[in-house]
Design a protein around this ligand. Structure first.
Ligand code: GLY
Length: 352
């Protein structure tokens, strides 16, 4: 496993990755190195990371609280204040060491600080390895509305070191698996079949192939005008469901992947009704998903709130919800309009 060249930056998978990072720091002569962590990555990942970094520059660690609930502009202000108090300037670099919240928020913080400082992503969860850390999307949530504030900005480098996966829970691994399933369904059915057959799965290969796919898509459509929208498969309804659980004071939050997995089942169902996506494949997707994730009971009385949240999806135009749906595996149709009745029916199908 070597390096995948993204549009302006490398994604390193190899043993010399940290040497590449140390070289980057020396070549660019950064003034201060800021490392953004949360309490978990500070405890479990930072001790693995720091001995690998060879530099005589000043290193400052900034810790934020973990969790999607903290992926907001208030946390960004805290980080900007910390960078300022610690003497950050335009020649500083921010290294994000964490999951999707850290890489998304950190990239956004870096891109706005003094109109932009360099950043490097070191994802520590499966989700951030296969999705969030690559592709140049940065941002934060607005209340419970996911990723409403943000910009496209590319890191200088991404390092994928699967050693960090020993620090995360099975539930986190399953969360990232949903994004791999998404790549399989929309782009490379072989990948979906590997997960389905669940034999001799090599996590390193799955991650490498996922990043390859994401990169192929992003290279063709970096700003999500067309093809990149396929990466939102399952996310339109999935984000609304995720936000609904985030907002609820009584229900336990779903992970991103758990919500997206429900979204994929529902969106396959919508695809079968609107585009003739084969119904045996809807069943297949549902079975694979339910073999990995516990079933969530979506309550009828919650459908209205979920529908309301759906109206805030970033892909909506003129108040119209836009879905990416499938004619078949690897065969998509963008910007599909779906009636409220069918969306509700798809959630009932998931429940059934
Ligand atoms: N996570 C979807 C994308 O990066 O486009």
């Amino acid at each position: 496993m070597q390096t995948i060249q993204a549009v302006t930056y490398p994604v390193h998978f190899h043993n010399n990755s940290y040497q590449e990072l140390s070289n980057l720091i020396a070549d660019k002569n950064y003034s201060t190195i800021f490392i953004l962590v949360d309490e978990n990555t500070f405890e479990h990942c930072y001790p693995k990371f720091i001995p690998n970094l060879s530099t005589d520059k000043t290193i400052e660690v900034i810790e934020i609280e973990s969790g999607e609930i903290n992926k907001n502009i208030e946390t960004c202000i805290g980080v900007w204040n910390a960078i300022t108090e610690l003497g950050g300037d335009r020649k500083s670099i921010l290294i994000t060491l964490g999951g999707g919240v850290i890489t998304d928020l950190g990239g956004f913080v870096a891109s706005c600080f003094k109109r932009g400082i360099d950043f490097v992503n070191i994802p520590t969860t499966l989700l951030s390895m296969v999705d969030a850390s690559v592709g140049g999307k940065t941002g934060v949530d607005l209340g419970v509305l996911k990723n409403q504030i943000g910009l496209f900005a590319n890191p200088k480098m991404v390092i994928v070191d699967t050693d960090y996966l020993t620090t995360v829970t099975d539930r986190e691994i399953k969360s990232g698996t949903a994004e791999i399933i998404k790549y399989g369904i929309t782009y490379d059915v072989k990948l979906f079949n590997e997960i389905k057959n669940n034999k001799d799965l090599n996590i390193n290969d799955l991650i490498f192939r996922s990043v390859e796919i994401k990169n192929e898509v992003v290279l063709q459509d970096p700003k999500e005008k067309n093809l990149r929208k396929i990466l939102n498969f399952g996310h339109t309804l999935g984000h609304a469901i995720e936000s609904f659980y985030l907002e609820s004071e009584v229900k336990e939050n779903l992970t991103h992947g758990e919500a997206i997995a429900i979204g994929m089942v529902c969106e396959c169902y919508m695809s079968s009704k609107l585009l003739g996506f084969p119904s045996d494949k809807v069943t297949e997707v549902k079975e694979v998903i339910l073999s990995i994730y516990d079933k969530t009971n979506l309550l009828k009385e919650d459908f209205t709130a979920i529908m309301d949240l759906l109206k805030h999806d970033k892909k909506n135009v003129n108040g119209q919800v836009n879905f990416v749906l499938l004619n078949d595996f690897e065969d998509y149709k963008l910007d599909c309009k779906v009636s409220e009745e069918l969306i509700i029916e798809s959630m009932e199908f998931y429940n059934s």
